[in-house]
Design a protein around this ligand. Structure first.
Ligand SMILES: Nc1ncnc2c1ncn2[C@@H]1O[C@H](COP(=O)(O)OP(=O)(O)OP(=O)(O)O)[C@@H](O)[C@H]1O
Length: 323
């Protein structure tokens, strides 16, 4: 992470659809060049959050800044610095890969600077996203994985400073997923700030240096995958056989427990001490939030302590549009 200040920042962000409050108090800060995964159960408000950051939705309350501007009021010059990979976008089936990117790329020409060549030259970009050899392929003849690569190419066309990826690998087969991870990791040399949503904990761990968990309308965990695993899962499971009998124990202090076990007479076999996996830690955290139990989140990440402000209703005038 660089020290150039946050690329993305929200303070007590709130979002209400009719009577339903989806985001209650989302406060986060993402530094330039960070790759961050936003996780949360279905309906937690991940897409809503991303769409506010993209400028497609107006929040009901709170503040939001992306690259120093308020997204829903920012102009075209700001938009040219932001890349968006939507969950799905409208078809342009008869276009061919190369001509489609060439056409969209024209939009960025005016936003080129001495430091940043815009648009990304189509031939290079096609190669970078792993579509070499597909330049003349019609979009409606691309496979699902190839199509998603094209989505990423569209998101990268303007060499964005911030890239939003909403469930980028949904529906991918394992190979396509692996290729996609390689592609995203290869972008780290561009210093692009990336915020992605996913339900795949392994993907979050592979791609992101930091995980944010959104649940109950707020960020309940914020840290590295290791932080999440260790801080949210103090409990370890200890399993062993003594004199042929199986013993299992869940304990918050496996070292002391093991000492007491070893002090007892009898031969120990098949000893196994296991920390919760990242997925188990995540599921436990979400369960705690959903059932209102103590989340330990205060010691883990951001937990603003003031009441949430409310503001204007959703502005539906900026409809979400594909490329
Ligand atoms: N335009 C809308 N009008 C009313 N309710 C909406 C609207 N958009 C989203 N919602 C509701 O807001 C909640 C959050 O939706 P959102 O799509 O942001 O969640 P999510 O975390 O991305 O979910 P998923 O993991 O299922 O994609 C859901 O209950 C959804 O039904």
């Amino acid at each position: 992470m660089s020290d150039r200040g946050p690329a993305i920042q929200t303070h007590r962000l709130a979002m209400q659809y009719g009577d339903t409050r989806v985001l209650d108090d989302v406060t986060l800060s993402i530094g330039t060049g960070e790759v961050v995964a936003l996780l949360g159960p279905n309906g937690a408000g991940k897409t809503t959050t991303i769409e506010i950051l993209e400028g497609f939705r107006v929040p009901s309350g709170g503040e939001v800044q992306v690259l120093g501007e308020t997204p829903h009021t920012a102009g075209e010059a700001w938009r040219a610095r932001v890349g968006v990979v939507l969950q799905s976008w409208r078809d342009h089936g008869k276009w061919r890969v190369g001509e489609f990117l060439d056409y969209l790329g024209m939009y960025y020409t005016d936003y080129a600077t001495a430091a940043v060549e815009r648009p990304w030259p189509t031939t290079d970009l096609i190669e970078r996203v792993g579509l070499a050899g597909k330049t003349l392929r019609r979009l409606d003849r691309l496979s699902g994985g190839e199509r998603r690569r094209l989505d990423v190419a569209v998101g990268l066309l303007g060499r964005p400073e911030v890239l939003f990826l909403d469930e980028p690998t949904a529906g991918f087969d394992p190979q396509a997923r692996r290729d996609f991870h390689k592609l995203i990791r290869s972008l780290s040399d561009l210093d692009t700030t990336i915020l992605l949503t996913t339900h795949d904990l392994t993907e979050a761990e592979i791609l992101a240096s930091r995980i944010l968990v959104l649940a109950g309308g707020t960020i309940v965990a914020d840290g590295s995958p290791d932080d999440l695993r260790h801080r949210m899962s103090a409990t370890a499971s200890v399993r062993f056989r003594r004199d042929g009998h199986l013993h299992t124990e869940s304990t918050d202090d496996p070292v002391s427990y093991l000492r007491s076990v070893l002090a007892e007479p009898g031969e120990i076999e098949d000893l196994e001490v296991r920390r919760a996996s990242l997925e188990e830690a995540y599921l436990a955290l979400v369960h705690q939030v959903e059932t209102g139990a103590d989340t330990q989140a205060a010691s883990f990440g951001i937990l603003p302590d003031e009441a949430t402000e409310t503001g204007d209703e959703t502005d539906p005038t900026r409809a979400r549009e594909g490329a």
